[in-house]
Design a protein around this ligand. Structure first.
Ligand SMILES: Nc1nc2c(ncn2[C@@H]2O[C@H](COP(=O)(O)OP(=O)(O)OP(=O)(O)O)[C@@H](O)[C@H]2O)c(=O)[nH]1
Length: 388
C-alpha cells in the first residue's frame, strides 16, 4: 500500500530514514512521501534519506531549534502552534495516490511523544484516508520521565489514530550493545517488519499477479482499530528445500515437494505468531489478523497458508483472519508476516502505566516537598523584606 510517512522527533525521523533505505533494498515501492518533523535542528540535519525540503522545523520561536527536552506537553504545544508548517509539507504530497498516513514517533521523548497525537488528530479531521501511528515504547531502564511520557502519549495517540502499531524497544534490546548500535539495529528491524507488511500490497509491473496476492484493502480492514503488533519469520530456501521426496527423486532443493512446502509454511506462520512480536502480547486477545506468505511464487504453498490461517483462527477465536501471498521472485528465503490487530492483553502496556502512575505521584510529592523546603529556607519570620 502507498503511504505518506511522517517521522516525528528524533526516533521518528530515523525510523522513516530506515524505511526509505529498506524500500530501496527491496525494490518495491510503498512510500509515496516521507516527511520529518522535529523541534531540534541537529536531529533533522542528521537524516540521510528524507529530502531537505521535507524536513520541517517546528517550535522555533519557543525552543530556538534545540528540542523540547523530553517535555511532551511542550511538544504538543509547539506542534499545535506550527501545524501550518507541517501542513505545507503535506500539501505537496499527492494525497489522491495515498492509501494511508503513517506517523512514526518514539513515545518516551518530548517532540514526537507530544506532537504525534496532535498531528494525527489534525490529519483525521482533514483527510478521509486512514491515519496510522507507529509508536516506539522506551526501554524500562530509561527512567521515570520517559515512562511517564510514553504512558500519557500512548493513551492519547491510540485514541487519535485508526490503528496504533507498536514496537517495544525493551523487548528488542540485546545485552552489552551500545545505545547507538542498538538503535541502528532496531530501526532496521522495524523497517523490515512493518515495511514488508506495507510492501505486500504493492506489485511491480512485471510481477506475476496471482489472485491470492494480498491487497492493501486487506491490510486496511485488518488495521481497523486499537493496538497492532507484527511477527515475522523466515527460512532460507537452500537449507530446508528438498524434503525427503526430492532427496529421493534428486529434484533441485529449490523445488520442494508439496508436503514440505505446506508444512514449512504452516510452521513459519506459527513461528511468526509465537516468536518475538514487535509488541509482545497474548495472541489470543487479538480481534483480527492477517497472514502474509513471502518468497518465490513456486515456494508459497496455498495449503500451508490456509492451514496457518485456520490455526490462527483457533488461537485467537477470531473469524477475521485474512491471508494472502507476497510473491518475491528470486528470493533466497521463504517467510511469513503475521499482523495481529485489536490486541488487548499486553503486560508491557499495563506495566508501563503502573510505573507511570507511580512516577507521577513521586514527582508531585517531590515538587510539594521542594516547594515547602524552599518556603521554609526563605522564611525569616517577617524580619526581612524583598527588594520589590
Ligand atoms: N527504536 C529506536 N528508538 C529510539 C531511537 N532514538 C530514540 N529512541 C527512543 O525514543 C525515545 C526518545 O525519543 P526521541 O525521538 O529521541 O525524542 P524527541 O521526540 O526527539 O523529543 P526531544 O528530544 O525531547 O525533543 C527514547 O525513549 C528512546 O526509547 C531510535 O533511533 N530507534
Amino acid at each position: 500500500m502507498k503511504l505518506a510517512l511522517i517521522g516525528f522527533g528524533q526516533a521518528g525521523g530515523k525510523v522513516v530514514d530506515a524505511f526509505c533505505a529498506f524500500e530501496e533494498m527491496i525494490d518495491r515501492s510503498f512510500i509515496e512521501a516521507s516527511i520529518a518533523v522535529n523541534s531540534a535542528t541537529a536531529d533533522l540535519r542528521g537524516l540521510e534519506h528524507v529530502a531537505q525540503e521535507d524536513r520541517v522545523l517546528i517550535g522555533q520561536s519557543r525552543v530556538k531549534g534545540h528540542g523540547v527536552g523530553a517535555d511532551n506537553d511542550l511538544g504538543a504545544q509547539v506542534t499545535e502552534m506550527d501545524l501550518d508548517e507541517i501542513q505545507a509539507a503535506i500539501d505537496r504530497v499527492p494525497v489522491h495516490d495515498l492509501d494511508a498516513f503513517l506517523i512514526v514517533a518514539g513515545l518516551g521523548g518530548g517532540t514526537g511523544s507530544g506532537g504525534a497525537p496532535v498531528l494525527a488528530k489534525h490529519l483525521d479531521r482533514i483527510y478521509t484516508e486512514p491515519v496510522y501511528g507507529l509508536g516506539i515504547l522506551p526501554g524500562m531502564d530509561e527512567g521515570g520521565i520517559y515512562t511517564l511520557n510514553a504512558a500519557r502519549s500512548f493513551r492519547t495517540f491510540v485514541r487519535e489514530v485508526d490503528s496504533l502499531l507498536v514496537f517495544d524497544n525493551d523487548a528488542w534490546r540485546r545485552m552489552g550493545e551500545s545505545v547507538g548500535d542498538s538503535y541502528d539495529r532496531t530501526n532496521r528491524e522495524i523497517a523490515e517488519r512493518f515495511g514488508r507488511l506495507f510492501a505486500a500490497g504493492e506489485v511491480n509491473e512485471d510481477d506475476d499477479v496471482a489472485e491470492s496476492v494480498v491487497d492493501s484493502s486487506e491490510i486496511i480492514n485488518t488495521l481497523s482499530g486499537g493496538i497492532a503488533t507484527v511477527g515475522y519469520a523466515t527460512e532460507p530456501l537452500n537449507t530446508s528445500g528438498g524434503g525427503l521426496l526430492s532427496r529421493v527423486t534428486g529434484d533441485s532443493p529449490s523445488t520442494p515437494d508439496e508436503t514440505t512446502s505446506t508444512n514449512r509454511m504452516t510452521s513459519l506462520i506459527r513461528k511468526a505468531t509465537l516468536g518475538r512480536l514487535t509488541l509482545p502480547c497474548d495472541v489470543s486477545s487479538a480481534e483480527r489478523g492477517l497472514v502474509v506468505a513471502t518468497g518465490p511464487s513456486e515456494s508459497l504453498s496455498r495449503k500451508g497458508i490456509e492451514r496457518g490461517r485456520t490455526w490462527l483462527e483457533e488461537e485467537t477465536a477470531s473469524m477475521e483472519i485474512r491471508g494472502g501471498d507476497y510473491p518475491i521472485p528470486d528470493a533466497g528465503e521463504v517467510g511469513s508476516i503475521v499482523l495481529l490487530s485489536g490486541v488487548t492483553d499486553i503486560d508491557r502496556v499495563e506495566q508501563l502505566q503502573g510505573v507511570a502512575v507511580e512516577a507521577q505521584e513521586t514527582t508531585a510529592d517531590v515538587q510539594q516537598r521542594s516547594d515547602e523546603q524552599f518556603d521554609s529556607l526563605l522564611d525569616t519570620g517577617g524580619e526581612l523584606n524583598a527588594l520589590f
